[in-house]
Write a protein that binds this ligand. Sequence first.
Ligand SMILES: [Zn+2]
Length: 109
Amino acid sequence: MCNTNDETLEHFLLECTILESIRSNVLCDIDDTLFRACGKQISDFEQPAKIQILLDSTFLHELVTEVDEELLPELEHHTRRLCYILHGERQKYLLKTECRRRKGGSTQL
Ligand SMILES: [Zn+2]
């Protein structure tokens, strides 16, 4: 979408600038819950671990010794929200781009 990199899972979930504003809102919620659950934020982890946490919050056990179990469902809720919202936004973006292309207009945004 941003044409600056390959659309890998990492790029889509964490880096694509087109999705940044939407991503940062949900990441605030994830950071808040993560901090209460284990005293860390998503930026404290390496890239592969970030992806693992976002796709399966139970992976947190592999990374941190003390995790507040009661907060894992809340964390799961926010990580699921992130994937859902990013996916929806990507679909919207691609549809918009496709419509413009069909109309013969510019694909520049
Ligand atoms: Zn991108």
